[in-house]
Design a protein around this ligand. Sequence first.
Ligand code: NDP
Length: 280
Amino acid sequence: MIDGKAWAAHSRHETRQEAMALVAVGVTPGLAVILVGDNPASQSYVRGKERAARDSAVSSEVFRLAATTGQEEVLALIERLNADGRVHGILVQLPLPDHMDTVKVLAAVAPNKDVDGFHALNVGSLSLGLNAFVPCTPLGVMKLLAYEGVDLRGRHAVVVGRSNIVGKPMAQLLLQADATVTVCHSRTRDLAGITRQADILVAAVGRPEMITGDMIQPGAVVMDVGINRLGDRLVGDVEFASAVGVAGLITPVPGGVGPMTIAMLLHNTVKAAQATLRQV
Ligand code: NDP
């Protein structure tokens, strides 16, 4: 079993060292989080991000706005944060309320402060293999694979899910690591037939325990991105009980990919702060 919590603590420790080195030369890495509305899951994620930032010597400020806030007000806040030299990373917590145009709001974040890697310029840079801010969840999966010493070259990686925040960037990163990549989605035929061919299987579907043990090749590495509430339990997209005996390595939920997502947000914020030093 891959202990995502322990690896995330390890990663945050590395980030803290880098942040302290920046503080020593007068730059405190700063993260601004914009939270619109009162979605309980978003509020809980944001609290987790604030806590982790404190642990990593990253200063963070959360802008909590009412659900009724107009889009122009959010855009004006982003504009102000783009121009604020103390802010190195800006994160707009999704989902935004329905009356907002998410694409437009995300496009307003300065690409060099886009620590979530959602701006079109960063998405394009990633697909061209250029230096970019990479979305935190797929970056966290890649880090876990590297920490565990999983060799990706020439191996078959299957990603289930093609969202802009997880599936697509995940596929790009695996491709860059020389894996042979297959991306599956809701229209894929014979999903189990494909997942059974995976040496590395990434599940990012949002359907509780959809990937069962019989869909996994014995010995495969299974990375479960899903976070779903099933009654009073938090479960992944993989049915852990049937998968754990088949997989060679597997991430649990909770305590797998989730903690790495926050660790990568702090990593990206420190990277953004380091870049400002190079510009001076
Ligand atoms: P989305 O809903 O945006 O995307 C889900 C993807 O799964 C879509 O591409 C969809 O296909 C595909 N899909 C849906 N049903 C099936 C099916 N029956 N067979 C095959 N593919 C299917 O979700 P996200 O990518 O945002 O999130 C995925 C999961 O990861 C969620 O559980 C979410 O909570 C979790 N998550 C966890 C994070 C973490 O920190 N660990 C961070 C972000 C997300 P199609 O495109 O055809 O509709």
